[in-house]
Design a binder for this molecule. Structure first.
Ligand code: SF4
Ligand code: SF4
Length: 167
């Protein structure tokens, strides 16, 4: 399906704008580790064409090639200094600690990201229903595009490798 990326990400961002993993500020549980740790040279993969949301090049966002390929496309990675404009935070941050997971030929699932477990104290059971439902809705939209599905499948391979190596 051909979808205008800017319209799609504006819609998806809006779905996830006001929902959070808990009804209270989960950052109080951990000192906001997922943002604080992003200041240490890590970053968030941008979903396919998500870079269109950063054409104004906000000063907190550094966007580079990542070395992670889905099909013949190289994903971009966004790093930040541990702060951002909340209304422009990337999709990966909006859905954390959840992530889409899909093997070729199978349906997409939303799972608790095993890579989050070392920093995030939240458990799947305590995530609010509205957050989980919004993540499902958002990722269903992204997965309607061929590139979105390719990205999610390639990222799922990375997740499998992480589990093999660390868990
Ligand atoms: S690491 Fe988990 S609990 Fe802490 S701020 Fe991030 S999502 Fe919330
Ligand atoms: S972009 Fe924003 S939400 Fe994402 S890690 Fe950086 S400060 Fe946190």
């Amino acid at each position: 399906m051909k979808i205008n990326p800017r319209s799609m990400y504006a819609y998806v961002y809006a779905l996830l704008e006001n929902v959070t993993p808990l009804h209270t500020d989960c950052g109080e549980k951990c000192g906001g580790r997922c943002c604080a740790d992003s200041d240490e040279g890590t970053g968030m993969y941008l979903y396919p064409a998500e870079s269109c949301m950063y054409e104004a090049r906000p000063d907190w966002a550094k966007i580079e090639k990542s070395g992670f390929f889905y099909g013949d496309k190289e994903a971009l990675i966004l790093s930040c200094p541990g702060r951002c404009d909340r209304h422009l935070r990337p999709l990966a941050c909006r859905i954390f600690p959840l992530v889409p997971y899909k093997k070729a030929g199978e349906r997409m699932k939303i799972i608790y990201d095993p890579r989050a477990a070392s920093m995030c104290p939240l458990t799947p059971k305590e995530l609010t229903d509205d957050f989980v439902e919004a993540v499902h809705a958002a990722m269903r939209i992204v997965s309607k595009t061929r590139e979105g599905r390719a990205f999610i499948e390639a990222q799922s391979v990375l997740i499998d490798e992480y589990v093999r190596m660390h868990l």
